[in-house]
Design a binder for this molecule. Structure first.
Ligand SMILES: [Zn+2]
Length: 269
């Protein structure tokens, strides 16, 4: 599943092909992805591209009248291709550009979405989102306050999009390892100093992943057509039963909030 670094990498990769361009046509090869595609999306045609922004794992393609709101879901990808490239079976949406290129949305499993946000409004999907992890608004004091009295595990708390956006299972597991915090600890029992370490870990790991072009995820395709391979050093994610890379203890595994969770019982308390 594309996580925040992959979405940000997509944004960075697409922008040079979109900047200053006019949209010439919108081709919808099916009426829906995860949800129906609203008719307003067709009004992109004829408008100039003003910006391509990211909020959490959503991309917003801005034109004068509003924004097309895109989510890659489980298996979606966006690429810019020559306009005469024949569409494949899972290429559901084309946004034609006056450069002769086409922005193509491919989504085999159709958990992605293409929606519309009118100018001056915030789409319902974006309203309840917490701060961006790489922004100053994501900091220890806020996390500490918000977590008081919470009995949910600190990992579940960290993955809650109302706490902070874009920290998926991989990054939650790796950040908690780096911060030395056991993932099953109740969020309300974690000290402020430990939240400071956790915030630092989240920011460092996400920034590193973005700068490296995203983690190795089978369904992700970089905008230039190359797989998004990034040999991220994963300390715990996917390594249950393997020795800890720091201390050699065999890593523990469990499910928390119905998500596979791996940690080191020695390094994480
Ligand atoms: Zn260890």
């Amino acid at each position: 599943m594309p996580e925040l670094p992959e979405v940000e990498t997509t944004r960075l990769g697409l922008w040079p092909q979109l900047e200053g361009r006019r949209i010439t046509a919108v081709t919808l090869r099916r009426p829906d992805l995860r949800w129906p595609i609203p008719d307003e999306v067709r009004t992109l045609a004829g408008q100039g591209v003003l910006d391509l922004r990211r909020r959490a794992k959503y991309l917003l393609l801005d034109v004068a009248t509003g924004s097309a709101l895109l989510h890659l879901g489980m298996s979606g990808s966006l690429r810019v291709l020559p306009g005469d490239t024949p569409p494949g079976r899972h290429d559901h949406v084309d946004i034609g550009l006056d450069s002769g290129l086409v922005l193509r949305f491919r989504d085999p499993r159709r958990f992605g979405c293409l929606l519309w946000q009118p100018l001056g409004e915030t789409h319902a999907l974006l309203r309840e989102l917490g701060p961006e992890p790489l922004s100053p608004a994501f900091e220890a004091g806020c996390l500490f306050q918000r977590s008081r009295g919470r009995t949910a595990s600190v990992k579940t708390f960290l993955m809650d999009q109302a706490t902070v956006v874009g920290v998926g299972n991989i990054y939650a597991a790796e950040s908690l390892f780096r911060a030395g915090i056991a993932p099953g600890l109740p969020a309300g029992k974690v000290s402020r100093a430990r939240y400071a370490r956790l915030v630092r870990a989240v920011k460092e790991i996400l920034a590193k992943a973005i700068s490296s072009g995203g983690t190795t995820l089978k369904d992700f395709i970089q905008p230039d057509g190359l797989p998004g391979y990034f040999k991220q050093e994963l300390f715990v994610y996917g390594r249950e039963g393997d020795p800890c890379l720091v201390c050699g203890t065999l890593l523990s595994g469990n499910r928390l909030g119905n998500r596979a969770t791996v940690w080191c019982g020695h390094c994480q308390k």
